[in-house]
Design a protein around this ligand. Structure first.
Ligand code: NI
Ligand code: MN
Length: 224
């Protein structure tokens, strides 16, 4: 399986199917790809904020199945997409990929035309497309991450470390130690000055607690 970090929370998984999570490319100062370069089977969106919903609708219009929480799926449907709604705790199988929606503690208003629509509850995903991946979305640290680890045994974990809008390095290091993935990759940092972080500091704290961390460069594609 190949994994590419396109900056912020955007991950491309090339497994049994090709999946993009939280495709914030247009308007992302550090994005390494443009929407026209993205061709995937599935686009999964953790919540309605612009830095996650991003270009999801445009990518879905090119033929990808859009998976999101019910309210966000309804919003996407109103934009002409046949979105696949799920909810927290539930799973859906698309092609050879199983997507389970898991909790995240955050907010989820959709910013459209200067006012916000409810985007339903924010979420994380456990995605199995050959290997099991946990993408935490935007969230604080919460102890049910231990339950996510016990239930799904993620092999690869993506955790936000930016602070301010999500957990910061100290909390994310604890999350990494609970999830115990073979590799934990920090995301949602250094996109904007307000979420500037030293990923090496996170790596040091997480590894002191027994987690294994790999820091990616934006645009880096690795085999796992
Ligand atoms: Ni957010
Ligand atoms: Mn965010």
């Amino acid at each position: 399986m190949h994994i590419t970090w396109l900056g912020h929370s955007c991950i491309v998984i090339e497994g049994e199917d090709k999946v993009i999570i939280d495709p914030f490319l247009s308007g992302n100062p550090v994005a390494s790809k443009k929407v026209d370069e993205i061709n995937v089977d599935i686009v999964a969106v953790t919540h309605g904020h612009g830095d996650h919903l991003g270009d999801a609708i445009e990518i879905a219009k090119k033929g990808a199945a859009l998976v999101a929480i019910h309210e966000l799926a309804q919003y996407a449907s109103s934009k002409g997409i046949e979105a696949i709604g799920v909810n927290i705790g539930g799973s859906v199988i698309i092609g050879k990929t199983k997507i389970t929606m898991v909790p995240a503690f955050h907010s989820s208003g959709i910013d459209a035309s200067n006012f916000s629509f409810s985007g339903g509850h924010p979420a994380g995903f456990v995605i199995n497309s050959g290997k099991t991946i946990y993408h935490a979305g935007d969230t604080c640290l919460f102890s049910d991450m231990k339950l996510i680890a016990e239930l799904y045994k993620p092999e690869i974990a993506f955790l936000p470390i930016g602070d301010r809008y999500t957990m910061g390095p100290r909390e994310a290091a604890i999350a990494a130690s609970w999830i115990k993935a073979d590799v934990t990759i920090p995301i949602h940092y250094n996109t904007f000055p307000v979420i500037k972080q030293d990923a090496n500091e996170f790596k040091k704290m997480a590894e002191e607690k027994g987690a294994k961390v790999k820091i990616l460069n934006v645009g880096e594609r690795i085999e796992l």
